[in-house]
Design a protein around this ligand. Structure first.
Ligand SMILES: *Cc1c(COP(=O)(O)O)cnc(C)c1O
Length: 378
């Protein structure tokens, strides 16, 4: 920071120095590079760019969601009413409406949990390579991050339990995790809940839940009745294809939900988002199609990575993380060819890249560009 002095030579504090140190210590979130930005930087036409960097649904969104949002344009002068989406979720998920908290993306609800339970002098526990929002939410609330070494890139639940301190108030578990794609079987998560202290909130982030094959799915929502310290979060950004709309939700006890409602913005989910989400929830055909396209694309990319002799971390989401060697160099070479993937050095994985499963043609473009990039980088 540049020092400024008065005419008498006294040091003037920069306005930024008046922000609490825990705010100044935050590293900003690095989103996937937008198509428009790469188009500007490289002079590549936007239509020629393949973006597989943000775990977005390559099929777009449910046509029913589109129609519902077009209709909702009519009421846009009114403040939103969360009643209908909350009721639809409660009935679909078999919980009470008082157990649901909606958010402007599930990122918002993660932040609400942090604001309710964390403060300076308190801490949260999460795994190395876990989702980047956990440190952000923790530090924004003034909490301290306890980062636990990973096991095979995934959460080491025993080590995470051992890392819990008397001042710990939240444990964050993404299952499947992003960016590694690791999945913990239900019995392991349940055993963790049984052994974790009851005064620590466990946030089970299930953003990729709908991509799990039926054999891996567990009724985690039923656990909310058993564990009064459990918060489950889900989103409309991933399989529902509504990332730009920003809707997510938490399912928890009425007691925790009540606290989260106190700190949330009264109108944190907009009219279009509410209408789109209600319609998307019922579009089972679109969800099934997205699931199948993901499974096929995953096979296609895994086969391609194997052909190129690249190791990957087995993934249970709509993305796959692979070892690229000099990942920064390979990433640059991909960008030059108009392919955007996600470098994850910020997740302590400097040799890996994460690619989102796209359409068959996008996956093929990615693999062809990757092959060329490796020739240049090796
Ligand atoms: C994408 C993602 C989310 C969801 O973010 P939204 O704010 O709902 O778009 C949450 N958790 C993880 C682990 C994710 O990868």
């Amino acid at each position: 920071m540049r020092e400024r002095k008065t005419t008498k030579g006294e040091r003037i504090m920069s306005i930024a120095e008046h922000a609490p140190p825990y705010i100044r210590a935050i590293s900003p979130y690095l989103p996937g590079k937008p198509i428009t930005q790469l188009a500007r930087e490289m002079g590549i036409p936007a239509g020629k760019i393949v973006k597989l960097a943000s775990n977005e649904n390559p099929l777009g969104m449910s046509p029913r969601a589109r129609a519902a949002m077009q209709e909702a344009m009519d009421g846009i002068e009114r403040y939103p009413d969360q009643f209908e989406l909350t009721a639809a979720l409660a009935s679909r998920l078999g919980v009470g409406t008082e157990q649901i908290v909606l958010g402007n993306g599930s990122n918002d609800v993660l932040d609400l949990v942090a604001r309710v339970f964390l403060a300076p002098g308190r801490s949260s526990v999460f795994s190395r390579h876990a989702f980047a929002v956990y440190p952000l939410a923790t530090m924004s609330a003034g909490g301290e991050c306890i980062v636990v070494p990973a096991r095979h890139f995934g959460h080491d639940l025993d080590a995470m339990r051992a890392a819990i301190r008397p001042d710990t108030r939240i444990v964050w578990i993404a299952n499947p995790n992003n960016p590694t794609g690791n999945f913990l079987p239900g019995d392991q998560v349940k055993a963790f809940l049984q052994s974790a202290p009851k005064d620590v909130v466990v946030v089970l982030d299930e953003a990729y839940n709908e991509y799990l094959p039926p054999a891996d799915r567990v009724d985690t929502l039923a656990w909310v009745r058993e564990f009064p310290n459990l918060v489950i979060t889900r989103t409309f950004s991933k399989i529902h294809g509504l990332a730009g709309l920003r809707v997510g939700y938490a399912v928890t006890t009425a007691e925790i939900a009540d606290l989260m409602h106190r700190v949330r913005q009264p109108f944190n989910v907009n009219n279009l988002a509410l209408a789109g989400a209600i319609a998307a929830l019922d579009d089972h055909a679109f969800i099934a199609e997205s699931f199948e396209a993901n499974r096929r694309g995953m096979d296609q990319i895994i086969a391609g990575l194997k052909r190129l002799g690249l190791e990957h971390i087995p993934s249970h989401g709509n993305f796959i993380t692979f070892k690229a060697g000099d990942a920064a160099k390979v990433n640059q070479a991909l960008l030059k060819q108009g392919v955007i993937v996600r470098p994850i050095a910020g997740y302590a994985l400097p040799e890996h890249l994460r690619v989102t499963i796209g359409l068959e043609s996008e996956n093929a473009s990615f693999l062809a560009a990757l092959e060329k990039s490796l020739e240049g980088a090796r």
